[in-house]
Structures are given as C-alpha cells and as structure tokens.
Design a protein around this ligand. Structure first.
Ligand SMILES: [Zn+2]
Length: 318
C-alpha cells in the first residue's frame, strides 16, 4: 500500500508555506507561494488548492495520496468551525477558512492560529521533544505565543488564548502596540521593539559604542553585545529582563516542561537563552522554575507546516 501524506500549510501575510509530510511528520516535499492579498484576500484559498494540484502533478502523484490538510492562519480562530475571526494582514473578517478550503480541495481541513501550529510543530518534531506541557514564543516582527497544556493548545473562549506577545509588561507609559494597547511584550522583545529601545538608549549615550553610525537592527544589537559592547549589553539586558518576566508569569500559569523561543530574533542563540534564563529563574515560582527548560526552536521556518500536519493528523483522526 502506498504511504499517505498529510498537508501542512502556514498561511502568512507575504508568503504561504506548504508541505507534504508522512504521518510521522517527516517532510516529503516543501515549497512556498506568494500570498495574493488583492481583492480582500478572495483568491488566497483558490491559489492554495491550485498549488496543491500543480505540485502533485509535478511530482507525478494524484490526490489519492493526500489524507487531510492542517492550516495555520494569522489571526484568532474558532477551532470547531475553522472560522477566522479576523486576519488584518489578509483583509479577512469572519472568514470560513475550513469550509472554503474543503470545498476547493475535497479534503478534510483543520484550522488553527499560526503561532499555535508553530508551537505544535516544535512540540512534535522540534525543541519540545515530545513535552506535552510547553510554551512557545516567536520573536519576529511581532511576538507570537502558543501555550500547550497536556498536549492541547490553549484556545480560550474566543480564540485568543496564549497571546504572550500582548501581556502588559510596562503598565504605565509603555510604547504603543499594534493591538491598540501600550506596554505589551511585543513592543519590547520583537525585532521592532529591540530597535526602538536601541535607538532610545543610543540617543542618550555619550560613550563609544559599536552601534553608533550603524543601521540598527536586532541582529546588530546582539552582535555588538557578543563583542562586549557596553551599550548593546544594556539593551539586551533590558529586553531579556522583560522577556524573562513575561515567560515566568506565563509559566506560573501552566507549569510547562519546555519553553521554546523561536523566530528571527532567536538566531542570536545562546546569549539569549542564558540571559533570559537568569531573569526567568528570578521571577518564576521556584517549583515552576525547577520544572522548566528554556530552549531555542529547532525547526525554523518548517515549524508551521509540521504543526499543520500534526493538527490534521490529530484533530481529524485520519
Ligand atoms: Zn499588544
């Protein structure tokens, strides 16, 4: 009998990553397409279905190969119906993603939030290493969060569970966040937040620093910190203070075995794990700190499609 494949789809505001995977979560073939934002995102689902067909054809395969699709989308999701409450980046509001994609592909479809499927991917095949209680935080342009308790994603009553990026860390006078609040973790620990803090501190710094005259990026800050630049170390310390505080408070709620840090900023590597770990241990309830290990995500851009396959496999019982 021919081995069946799962389909993982990670729908983003710029590109959509897609993959065929075995039932054990190994990637057989992966590719990506541009996300077509024209016409309020009306073409997106048709493009995904078309790309599936084209890719199968190119591989000399037929749809018989495919079991089900698991897709992550950038916004809060109603799990049971697979409806996306809102995806600002795509122009969708109350969009019946599961229903539309099932109609276009004739395959069963499971839908979840993109940060949540990344967490599932890391749990299954990445740094989570099978841990069933896990917190995953993605430090990119924004800060995504996924909380897994007893192997299940915490969704909450209207799809906004696990939004660690929007924990309020600066209660008074914090920077404005894309969500409409101020002082969110996202305003501090995202790539954009790090750049903002770096510029603020640089403008008040009169000692020598490698950052002066440079284009300030999160990577430049971490590189300078690794070279023991005093200002860069102060910036990193401030960011890690707040990230450690946020992760400790999140961990105090769910008592996770693993805390996985991913996204572009996590490429800074061990300096990040060490420094955030010190603040985490300071702020977490001692027994929570004892139980948790902080690790860097290992799947990179594949976390979403792998988590999508896990979602398809487990929620559709294929
Ligand atoms: Zn926010």
């Amino acid at each position: 009998m021919t081995e069946k494949w799962l389909v993982g789809v990670d729908l983003g505001g710029t590109t959509t990553k897609m993959a065929f995977l075995t039932e054990d979560g190994d990637i057989v073939h992966k590719w990506d397409i541009d996300t077509d934002l024209s016409n309020k995102g009306e073409n997106i689902v048709r493009h995904i279905a078309q790309s599936l067909e084209d890719t199968l054809h190119r591989l000399g395969e037929s749809k018989e190969r495919l079991l089900a699709i698991g897709i992550g989308a950038p916004g809060p999701v109603q799990r049971e119906t697979g409806m996306l409450y809102e995806a600002v980046n795509l122009g969708w509001k109350n969009y019946p993603l599961k229903e539309r994609l099932e109609r276009e592909t004739s395959l069963p479809v499971a839908v979840d939030n993109d940060a949540n499927i990344a967490a599932l991917g890391e749990m299954w095949k990445g740094a989570g290493n099978g841990a069933r209680d896990l917190i995953c935080v993605t430090l990119g342009t924004g800060v995504g969060g996924g909380v897994i308790a007893n192997g299940q994603i915490v969704h909450g009553v209207n799809g906004a569970g696990g939004e660690i990026g929007h924990m309020t860390l600066v209660a008074k006078g914090g920077a404005p966040c894309n969500c409409g609040k101020t002082g969110c973790l996202e305003t501090i620990a995202s790539a954009t937040g790090i750049v903002r803090i770096a510029k603020e501190k640089l403008s008040q710094w009169d000692k020598p620093t490698l950052l002066r005259g440079e284009t300030i990026t999160a990577k430049a800050v971490f590189d300078a910190a690794k070279a023991n630049d005093e200002l860069a170390l102060a910036i990193v310390d401030e960011v890690m203070f707040y990230l450690g505080l946020a992760l400790a408070n999140a961990a105090n709620v769910s008592n996770p075995e693993k805390i996985v840090i991913g996204g572009g900023v996590s490429k800074a590597g061990n300096i990040l794990v060490e420094r955030v770990g010190a603040y985490f241990r300071r702020f977490a309830f001692p027994r929570v700190a004892e139980g948790a290990t902080i690790a860097l995500a290992t799947l990179g851009n594949d976390a979403g499609v792998i988590g999508g396959a896990w979602l398809a496999k487990t929620s559709l019982h294929v």
